[in-house]
Ligand binder design. Structure first.
Ligand code: GLC
Length: 434
């Protein structure tokens, strides 16, 4: 049994199979090390921000190490900020001087990254900011760093937004023609009108013409939903939806993106880091609702992934090594299966196996209402050890004569050990009868 999901125009087969990706936010803000929005939050001018451009030199950058970490964590695609809101480009764009090749580092960062990740069978996604706080023709809006700068505001006439749009088209074309197959583009984002400022949406970006150009260049590409058009993938940010995301009443391909801590770009002094336990649960929860998880790292100005992120990635990888079968190719369980308390279900429709993720370890038994007669075999995923099952009101094997604990005739009881297996989230694999 599978759910009906709105068809995508691009190829989403690899994407819903892989389920788990790495987001990478890297740019000049990594040097400021206090949020990728610092230019806007602190109302900085180009001149004030220029010191980061002059000092950008990630000498320890080694994309093979990044790709190893992503691969060991079980990630199947990555999405990197080719350009974030600050306008700085990680590739050698012919359309601007505001790019990595003009910093002390002096080399293209993007190509080696794509090559390193692809070599590990990790697909390529590029993030491109629609906002641009550097480009001379990008007009003011409620997010712009200079929105209250009188000098900047007085100079509106010198800006021709169509020239910016042309630049955005041209840069996107570069990215889609010079870097091989690009599997996904993540555009960010459309701005509603607010506080007396005009918004920017599909009219301003010329989204329809833009998408046509993109699909002509890379027909299989997946596009997100922030051009004020529906897109292939819906991208809730920093929250866990309560259920499978629907657009116009139909289930869609979706992806939650999350940070490890409260910032996308490297933030030295931010300490609200999520635990491995929470992150693994977020991954499971997302797949249990038919979605993907894109987890972000913010590399440092030296070009490294900081210890706190490495620690999380390794922890997730440790769990994934034995449990990825409950993630890859999995989706929400068919509705007939009611999930017990403190648990999540994921389901692989190809193999007809149901995965019971136990978030909080109960005492001795897990009762599955409505499951009697439906399961052929049950085992822990971490060590393939059998889980004994008791059908309906039949007596428990190990405690003959005991009460039946109020089990109904349609209950299937899984007899679990008192001690929780030593893994972040234990998973019981249920082989369903066909
Ligand atoms: C946002 C933020 C941002 C981040 C992104 C990730 O809209 O502006 O800094 O890149 O979402 O989804």
């Amino acid at each position: 049994m599978t759910y009906e999901v709105e068809q995508t125009i691009g190829d989403s087969s690899w994407y819903t199979q892989g389920r788990f990706g790495m987001f990478i936010h890297w740019g000049l803000y990594s040097l400021g090390a206090r949020h990728e929005w610092m230019k806007s939050r602190e109302f900085l001018t180009n001149e004030e921000y220029d010191k980061y451009f002059k000092h950008f030199d990630p000498d320890l950058y080694n994309p093979e190490l990044w790709a190893d970490l992503a691969s060991d964590a079980g990630m199947k695609y990555f999405v990197v900020t080719a350009k974030h809101h600050e306008g700085f480009c990680l590739w050698n764009s012919k359309l601007t001087d505001y790019k990595v090749t003009n910093t002390p580092y002096g080399k293209d960062l993007l190509k080696p990254m794509i090559d390193a990740f692809n070599a590990k069978d990790i697909r390529t996604g590029l993030y491109y900011s629609l906002l641009d706080w550097y480009h001379p023709h990008y007009t003011v809006d409620v997010k712009h760093p200079l929105r209250y700068n009188q000098e900047f505001l007085a100079d509106q006439k010198s800006r021709d937004f169509n020239k910016y749009v042309e630049y955005m088209f041209g840069q996107t074309k570069e990215l889609l023609t010079e870097y091989g197959d690009i599997d996904l583009m993540f555009f960010d984002f459309s701005i509603p009108p607010e506080e007396g400022f005009l918004g920017k949406g599909k009219e301003e970006w010329q989204s329809e013409r833009f998408v046509k150009m993109i699909r002509d260049l890379q027909p299989k590409i997946l596009l997100n939903d922030r051009l004020q058009l529906k897109g292939d993938i819906t991208t809730p940010e920093q929250y866990q939806p309560r259920e499978w995301i629907k657009v116009n009443g139909k289930r869609v391909v979706w992806e939650a993106c999350h940070t490890f801590s409260g910032s996308w770009g490297y933030y030295r002094d931010e300490h609200t880091w999520k635990s491995v336990d929470l992150l693994v649960k977020m991954l499971i929860d997302t797949v249990a609702k038919g979605g993907n998880l894109l987890l972000n790292i913010g590399p440092t100005g030296r070009g490294e992934i900081d210890e706190r992120a490495v620690d999380r990635l390794k922890g997730i990888g440790k769990w994934m090594r034995t449990h990825s079968r409950a993630i890859y190719g999995c989706t929400a369980a068919p509705e007939e299966f009611t999930c017990p308390e403190d648990c999540r279900f994921t389901y692989n429709p190809e193999t007809n196996r149901l995965y019971l993720h136990v978030y909080s370890w109960p005492f001795k038994n897990i009762h599955l209402r409505g499951f009697s007669g439906k399961v052929e075999y049950a085992q822990f995923l971490n060590d393939a050890s059998e889980i004994l099952m008791v059908e309906g009101q039949q007596k428990m094997t190990m405690e003959a004569g005991a009460f039946n604990e109020g089990r109904s005739a349609d209950t299937l009881t899984l007899q679990i050990p008192v001690r929780k297996p030593d893994v972040t989230v234990p998973v019981i694999e249920l082989f369903l009868k066909s």
